[in-house]
Design a protein around this ligand. Structure first.
Ligand SMILES: O=C[C@H](O)COP(=O)(O)O
Length: 270
């Protein structure tokens, strides 16, 4: 992530907290209120570093009410969406419903959706398109498992996921897209890819996006790293040129820890 001479970032960093299947609708309100208070106390500038949370679906109505009622600058989104608009799809959630709840973002293709729910690249491509159709910005998650990493084919593997999942997008859509590189072996394990690993993959993803959609579009696309991000390692990862933010799982449930990640500039180089 680079800054210009006036100190502004080339791309606005995004610090995203994926709560996964944690926090019921009552706990969600407490967590979000504490986060907002903590960031307010620290005089956080949301225009400089964007903050988003991804609560379970059942929490979203409460989150919407709190954000609107207290005029919070924290964005929020769903952890998944259906590739369909409406109909006989028991258990699924339409992007239209998320948009109506004020969601700005939606996660697509998190590794837990790919592995636990067997979501294929074909389905994920349809979900990415459904997100745009309903005015949501998809945060497309890509990344390799341990065996692929050990075989040394992680870059090809991850770029193949990207190509399949963004097929058919316009250059404008690709410019708005957020891609999160999440090596599966680093998720919830305490194993964190080094800043160099995150940069290697994010640079490769940006080059691939440039080849697919043109340089101008690829310069605008925000690329995140996810996998065991904590306050202690966030600043070094975020200092990398092509890393524009982080997707945080476990540490996003701890207000002090997550707020400290959001405030990464205050302890950069520490
Ligand atoms: O969506 C978040 C990622 O799965 C990372 O989770 P983690 O920070 O608990 O490793």
């Amino acid at each position: 992530m680079t800054t210009s001479a006036n100190g502004a970032f080339e791309r606005t960093p995004l610090i995203a907290g994926n709560w996964k299947m944690n926090m019921d609708h009552v706990q969600a309100i407490t967590l979000l209120q504490k986060l907002a208070w903590t960031l307010d106390d620290a005089k956080h500038d949301y225009a400089r570093v964007e903050v988003a949370v991804f609560p379970p679906f059942t929490d979203l109505r409460g989150v919407q009410t709190l954000v609107a009622g207290d005029d919070l600058a924290i964005a929020y989104g769903g952890q998944d969406l259906s590739q369909f608009d409406s109909g006989a799809y028991t258990g699924d959630i339409s992007g239209a419903f998320l948009a109506k709840l004020g969601c700005r973002y939606v996660l697509v293709g998190h590794s837990e959706r790919r592995t636990v729910h067997g979501e294929t690249d074909e389905t994920l491509n349809a979900k990415v398109k459904a997100a745009y159709k309903h005015g949501l910005v998809p945060i497309l998650c890509v990344g390799e498992g341990l065996e692929v990493r050990q075989a040394g084919t992680h870059v090809e593997h991850t770029l193949a996921q990207l190509r399949a999942d963004v097929e058919g997008l316009t250059a404008d859509q690709a410019a708005q897209l957020v891609v999160a590189y999440e090596p599966v072996w680093a998720i919830g394990t305490g194993e964190v890819a080094g800043p160099g690993d995150a940069q290697e993959m994010c640079a490769a993803l940006r080059a691939e996006l440039a080849a697919l959609f043109g340089e101008e579009s690829a310069r605008a696309t925000r690329l995140l790293y996810g996998g065991s991000v904590k306050a202690a390692n966030a600043a070094a990862i975020l200092a990398e040129q092509d890393v524009d933010g982080v997707l945080v799982g476990g540490a996003s449930l701890d207000v002090a820890e997550f707020a400290s990640i959001v405030r990464f500039e205050s302890h950069a180089g520490a």
